[in-house]
Design a protein around this ligand. Structure first.
Ligand code: FES
Length: 141
């Protein structure tokens, strides 16, 4: 068994493009880290800061939101609103001493299975480099 830090990552994926991309990555049998737990949401416009804070509180080391490509949201501008919320939260995390890189936003089309796998790998590597979430450490103390 390895002692390497294995982060817990929560990904809020919209049911249209990004979840379909995740499905495609699975169908293509692409290899990617198993650290990500996907939470299916109808649209990233449904994502709000409270959901991310709850994820951190429940032990996530990193959180990302994955929606449709800009201009392709099935609810017009849900992904644009999510992008603003993610940017807002990154800034707020920074103010309280939590690395803003622990939250991110990605955009995918349904056919981007390989990109989905890349994102999981890239984000997992980024969070591994940061180490465990300070929130988790504080709650354990
Ligand atoms: Fe995918 Fe809105 S439906 S981001």
């Amino acid at each position: 068994m390895s002692d390497e830090f294995e982060p817990r990552i929560i990904a809020f994926c919209c049911q249209y493009c990004s979840y379909s991309a995740a499905d495609m990555a699975g169908s293509m049998r692409l290899q990617y880290p198993t650290n990500v737990e996907i939470v299916l949401i109808p649209c990233t416009g449904r994502f709000d800061v409270i959901l991310a804070l709850k994820a951190f509180e429940s032990g996530a080391d990193g959180v990302y939101v994955a929606g449709c490509l800009e201009g392709n949201c099935h609810f017009v501008d849900g992904n644009i609103r999510a992008k603003k919320r993610v940017a807002y939260l990154a800034n707020e995390l920074k103010k309280i001493g939590i690395e803003p890189e622990r939250i991110a936003m990605y955009n995918l089309s349904a056919s981007m299975g390989p990109r989905f796998a890349e994102i999981v790998t890239e984000f997992t590597d980024n969070i591994k480099a940061l180490g465990p979430s300070p929130v988790k450490k504080k709650l354990a103390a």
